[in-house]
Design a protein around this ligand. Structure first.
Ligand code: ADP
Length: 322
């Protein structure tokens, strides 16, 4: 759908995006993530030609973007920014209809479209349609920002840190709404963020950038479980302080996958042993005992405890992705 082929962007000979090659698939929720200055926004803006590329190709459905009529290209790509960018002197309806107006839709189609879009984000069309955007909260304004990007039914939506200025609860709600909308409408979304939690919540795939280059591209699961290098590992650790690549026997006990038996299994394992070591041990024994330092209680972990832990973990990580 959107294909980057050895794309470079240079300012005064200095590359801020270099050798960028990948393909974003149709209907995919694709996240560009990386520290500030890593080239995410530049990459995003090259897609709708807000920034010209210096070298290489970006193709949309096989055609280089330079072949498209610029207006046609921009109309068919929705764009949502952090600084919402709604027109303060216009009503919500007028804001939503900017592109349909330019495309000369009929009055009836436009009215129906506004109704449909406001309903899709649970804003009552009758009470919101004619209000000024300045009367809205930050979260409501960004909802309108999203809806406006969808108004003329573009195939692609670009979103540049759209939720980073919002409070955590509003942000959480908007993330859920956007995911739902994307699943219903099957748009191709390219989403820029510097927040790892947001990236794994939203992304079908994530591209982690650093200094204009790709460090790793993969599903959230692939990136979390198999970080390609130290940079990726560190980025995950900083962004998700509670995330641990390796799980330990300790984690099973903390999560309650154990019992405190009178009749303790003979074989014991250290609480610091990894789950992998535990699995090997439990393939030969029904249960093992764990004695934690400075604790009188002794725990028993059975095969079924281990299986429940592993199964629970798998479904928890699925939850995080969707
Ligand atoms: P990100 O979105 O990851 O924070 P950007 O794509 O905005 O990063 O910027 C990447 C790099 O390009 C930064 O170092 C930035 O200073 C530089 N840059 C962006 N725009 C220009 C410009 N117009 N002229 C020179 N350098 C620029």
């Amino acid at each position: 759908m959107i294909r980057f082929e050895k794309v470079y962007k240079r300012y005064n000979e200095e590359a801020v995006v270099s050798d960028f090659s990948l393909e974003i698939k149709e209907g995919e929720f694709f996240v560009l993530i990386g520290p500030s200055g890593s080239g995410k926004t530049t990459t995003l803006k090259m897609i709708n030609q807000l920034i010209d590329l210096s070298e290489g190709y970006i193709r949309i459905e096989g055609r280089p973007i330079s072949d498209y009529d610029l207006q046609e290209l921009r109309w068919n790509i929705g764009y949502v920014l952090q600084q919402v960018g709604l027109f303060p002197n216009m009503t919500i309806e007028e804001n939503i209809l900017v592109v349909p107006e330019m495309k000369k839709w009929s009055k009836e189609d436009m009215t129906n479209r506004v109704t449909e879009l406001l309903e899709s984000v649970k804003m009552d069309p009758d009470s919101y349609r004619h209000r000024k955007t300045t009367e809205l909260s930050g979260g409501e304004q960004q909802r309108i920002g999203v809806v406006r990007a969808l108004a003329a039914d573009p195939d692609i939506i670009l979103m540049d840190e759209p939720f980073s200025a919002l409070d955590p609860i509003t942000r959480d709600n908007l993330q859920k709404d956007v995911l739902k909308l994307q699943q219903q409408l099957k748009k191709t979304v390219v989403f820029v963020t510097h927040d790892m939690q947001e990236a794994i919540t939203l992304g079908d795939r994530i591209c982690l950038m650093n200094k204009g280059k790709i460090e790793q591209v993969g599903t959230p699961d692939e990136i979390l479980k198999h970080p390609a290098n130290d940079f990726v590992r560190q980025f995950i650790q900083t962004g998700l302080p509670n995330y641990k690549e390796e799980k330990y026997v300790q984690d099973l006990i903390d999560a309650g996958f154990c019992s405190q038996l009178q009749d303790l299994p003979e074989n014991s394992v250290s609480a610091q042993a990894t789950v992998e070591e535990l699995t090997i041990l439990l393939s030969n024994h029904e249960a093992v005992s764990v004695h934690r330092e400075n604790e009188t209680a002794v725990y028993a972990i059975s095969k079924s405890n281990l299986i429940s832990f592993l199964a629970g973990e798998a479904s928890a990580s699925k939850e995080a992705n969707r």
